[in-house]
Design a protein around this ligand. Structure first.
Ligand code: SAM
Ligand code: SF4
Length: 477
């Protein structure tokens, strides 16, 4: 089935509404579920805790539950779901900006083509090696490569960059999974990128509201709403089934965007039988020449609430929270089932090797709220009893749909995710952690080992842990 359109065929304003997002329908769903009865809200939370994915109407019920008591029950529901299903694991990654050339004019982004203050840089292979070496030396195993949209950054360039990143190895360090955040490609382009062995291809729709989309995407290819919203369909046609979606919160009403994200999930599930691997929900931040005081500002209270609602609405999709958010917000929403975070983040071009203590907005995309080192984040997570993980096993063993398996296959987390988190954390403790974090980390591992009642399995895990301590690397279940 081909459901994508040639971007230049019509002026976009003339094109009929052809895709699965219908703004009027989304508003209608929000409206008909206004002022929900508390009993109905509790019923919806219970359905999610019974491992059902929520409908748009059910999600609208949660969105419209405004009293402090109901909001707390929603947050508690998300905490319960996290504990029951996902355990204490949090996967860590880092973004690596490859180039900020861009032909688009996204009003909110420091890279927009009209921003003459932005210093344009594309990392050379040598510079990429330097950045990756720094990231490996900090302990990273998973990266997301980020690109502006420019003819120079075509599919081949993205694929070659991913291959190059995989080839950089320093001491015990290596990058085992490279994800991509870049412009939408055509089917052939996605095929080229897939061959480089990428993990997730992430594209944020930014806003699911068409009129707002046209207001903030002033010129360039990205102005075509349909070309963007069908991007992950083309990825699926190119057999990339590991995709990430997202909305940039603050462009339009967050209630609408949550249902837009859910509609996108429904579409991918209905047509390809596989939902997105991850959902991202970045909040708009200040950028070079752009002061984030949006009309649709999402307050901290609304943000934490919407993360809890998303967790309940799509209980088996991975959720990514980035360093755009300050540490105190991150600490709260970890408990709602965020599955991946970045740590030791630096989004300045060449930033990991230059190590500027201050952000330089004329050489990066936006302001970040959490600039702790990877070890500071690790230490904090361990202190709260979370198990930081650098695991890449499912992707490398071609166990695709891992999030769905984690959720639906009884014992999957205990047999695969948790032990692999322990083994990759032990690698980190051996190779990169200061003594204090190392001791704390091993104490947490000891505690977690006690949870394994199956002695045979526990012995197997202990044996692998000992092998890691003796210098073997990359052991996984
Ligand atoms: N250029 C590609 C694109 O637009 O799809 C790659 C992504 S861009 C480098 C990464 C993401 O950063 C965008 O999709 C957008 O959601 C986000 N972003 C841009 N400006 C931002 C801002 N001021 N605050 C927070 N996030 C922002
Ligand atoms: Fe370019 Fe992406 Fe920034 Fe838009 S969000 S200006 S496409 S880098």
């Amino acid at each position: 089935m081909s459901i994508f359109y040639h971007p230049q065929k019509y002026r976009i304003e003339d094109r009929p509404m052809q895709n699965f997002i219908d703004s009027d329908e989304i508003w209608e769903i929000l409206k008909r579920n206004e002022n929900p009865d508390p009993g109905r809200v509790r019923e919806v939370i219970a359905r999610s805790l019974d491992k059902n994915r929520l409908t748009l109407d059910e999600t609208a019920v949660l969105i419209n539950a405004n009293t402090p008591e109901l909001v707390e029950e929603i947050k508690q529901g998300a905490r319960d779901l996290k504990e029951r299903v996902y355990g204490k694991r949090i996967v860590l990654f880092a973004p690596l900006y490859i180039g900020n050339l861009c032909v688009n004019n996204c009003a909110y982004c420091g890279f927009r083509t009209s921003n003459k203050k932005q210093k344009r840089i594309t990392l050379t292979p040598e510079e990429i090696s330097e950045e990756v070496t720094m990231l490996e030396d900090a302990g990273h195993k998973r990266l997301i490569l980020v690109f502006g949209e420019h003819p120079k950054y075509d599919a081949k360039f993205i694929a070659d960059t991913a291959r190059h990143v995989y080839s950089v190895k320093h001491l015990n360090g290596e990058i085992r999974r490279v994800n991509i955040n870049a412009a939408p490609l055509d089917v052939n382009g996605f095929k080229i990128v897939k061959e480089a062995g990428i993990g997730t291809y992430q594209i944020f729709q930014e806003t699911y509201h068409r009129d707002t989309y046209l207001k903030v995407h002033l010129s360039g290819k990205k102005r075509d709403f349909d070309w963007r919203i069908t991007a992950l369909d083309r990825a699926q046609e190119a057999t990339i089934d590991d995709v990430g979606i997202g909305a940039l919160l603050g462009l339009y009403d967050w209630r609408f965007e949550v249902l837009g994200l859910l509609r996108h999930v429904n579409h991918l599930e209905a047509v390809y039988n596989v939902g997105p691997h991850t959902i991202s929900f970045p909040r708009l931040k200040k950028a070079s020449g752009f002061d984030a005081k949006p009309e649709f500002d999402v307050s901290d209270e609304e943000f934490t609430r919407l993360v809890a609602i998303l967790r309940l609405a799509v209980p088996y999709t991975g959720m990514i929270l980035t360093a755009r958010e300050p540490a105190h917000i991150r600490d709260e929403v970890f408990h709602f089932g965020v599955s991946q975070i970045d740590g030791g983040t630096n989004i300045e071009l060449k930033g990991y090797s230059t190590k500027n203590p201050e952000q330089n907005l004329d050489q990066e995309q936006f302001t970040i709220g959490d600039n702790r080192t990877l070890n500071e984040v690790m230490d904090e997570l361990i202190g709260h009893g979370f198990l930081p993980s650098f695991c890449t096993a499912c992707y490398r063993l071609k166990r695709t749909g891992e999030h769905f398996m984690e959720f639906s296959v009884p014992g999957f987390i205990k047999r695969f995710c948790q032990p692999n988190a322990i083994l990759t954390m032990a690698e980190y403790l051996e190779d990169y952690a200061p003594q204090e974090t190392k001791e704390k980390g091993y104490r947490l591992i000891e505690e977690n080992l006690k949870d394994y009642k199956d002695e045979q399995f526990r012995d197997k895990l202990i044996d692998r842990l000992e092998r890691v301590k003796k210098g073997e690397r990359d052991l996984y279940f």
